[in-house]
Design a protein around this ligand. Structure first.
Ligand code: PLP
Length: 378
């Protein structure tokens, strides 16, 4: 199987060279836009491309406001700040995520609580969340409080793993019932939809990432999606040093962040947005090929959930067991085909090992068996 799989992946990408997990694709427009910023000298925090990029993301996603940031982690940090996450609060998220989700919680002085994921989405499971809240939390006025410690549980952060949309309606209903703010970590899911709505537009806030490995890239970059105009204005203000507009005076009315996306990066993003519909089509063709290939094998292809459309940012398979996963990773990487395990679960990392966690049986099973396959658009 393993040699045959290498041959299959090589036939898709039509190369004998090293095949990366996900490589960016740039065209003439990217070159022209970046050159334009250099020639104009507007490479930094001021320039037309930032506004244009924000407008394009807002229109594409249907978000009320989209505010560009220097990366996805900064976007998540800003979303936590906007949600009013405070020191010693708890924020519920999944252990099966990239470390940035939890770092953003940690940098607010808060602590993550880990709840299991749903098998069909690889993202936060509404049933597990409900059971956790029923057992461990109570509503105190307008707040949700952890019964054991009396500390506030402020927000819930599901992550759309590899672009597969989570059960947003159910999570949103739970958040409303328990007075929790829903923040979507949509870093991986630009171009993914839940029941026709773009991911990141159901929660009060969401974060996107345009890191080099994402479906489109600005080199480094992110975006906060806001569900109200007022929140959008405040997000723009606090991510741009909280400077009060004035032709020459410097007055900052609170301790803001310098999370501005440089115009140089936004220029790349504007050109990449033109290519996004094509990338999405190409990635669906690739996913179909993988799905067909693994149909009668011992590997289970991770499909998109019935309730939505995935951007198939990273294709994934589940191996029979941990040994089969290790063998596949070893063989493909040796053959110059980059395959990758999923992230180690967050509660195994030193800084999060003592955080509260619920039963994580599904997360642990997926961690043990999942492999990501090369997923650059074809
Ligand atoms: C789930 C998730 N959250 C957050 C981030 C952080 O984005 P960035 O690398 O742009 O800071 C990433 C990607 O890198 C991610 O995959």
């Amino acid at each position: 199987m393993s040699h045959e799989l290498s041959e299959f992946i090589r036939s898709i990408y039509n190369t004998n060279e090293f095949i990366p997990l996900h490589a960016p694709t740039f065209g003439e427009q990217e070159r022209a836009n970046v050159l334009d910023t250099i020639e104009s000298t507007f490479v930094s925090s001021v320039g037309k491309y930032v506004d244009d990029f924000e407008a394009q993301i807002k229109n594409f996603t249907g978000a009320t406001r989209a505010i560009a940031t220097v990366n996805g982690t900064a976007a998540l940090h800003t979303a936590m700040y906007m949600a009013g996450v405070k020191r010693d609060d708890y924020v519920i998220t999944q252990a099966l995520t990239f470390v940035a989700t939890c770092n953003a919680i940690y940098h607010m002085g808060a602590e993550p609580i880990f709840v299991d994921v749903a098998r069909e989405t690889l993202g936060l499971c509404p049933k597990a969340l409900e059971e956790f809240l029923e057992a461990s939390a109570k509503v105190d006025g307008e707040r949700c409080v952890d019964k054991a410690t009396g500390r506030v549980i402020r927000a819930v952060v599901p992550m759309h793993t590899f672009g597969h949309p989570v059960h947003l309606d159910e999570l949103n209903q739970l958040c409303n019932k328990w007075h929790l703010t829903l923040i979507e970590d949509a870093a991986e899911s630009l171009g993914s939809y839940y029941k026709g709505k773009h991911t990141g537009t159901v929660g009060k806030y969401a974060a996107l990432s345009f890191n080099g490995n994402k479906i489109i890239t600005t080199g480094g970059g992110g975006m906060v999606l806001c569900s109200s105009e007022e929140d959008g204005q405040r997000t723009k203000h606090i991510t741009t040093t909280a400077k009060v507009p004035h032709p020459y005076e410097f007055f900052h009315d609170e301790a803001g962040f310098n999370y501005r996306l440089p115009n140089l990066n936004a220029a790349l993003g504007c050109a990449q947005m033109q290519q996004l519909p094509l990338f999405l089509k190409q990635k669906r063709v690739l996913a179909d090929k993988y799905q067909e290939y693994f149909k009668n094998s011992t590997y289970e292809f991770v499909k998109e959930p019935n309730h939505g459309k995935s951007n198939f940012w990273l294709n994934a398979i589940l191996c029979e067991d941990h040994d089969a996963r290790n063998a596949l990773l070893e063989e493909q990487n040796k053959a110059g085909i980059m395959c990758r395990p999923i992230w180690q679960l967050m509660h195994r990392l030193p800084m999060f090992k003592s955080c509260i966690r619920d039963n994580l049986a599904v997360s642990e099973d997926i961690e043990a068996r999942l492999v990501n396959l090369p997923s650059s658009p074809i």
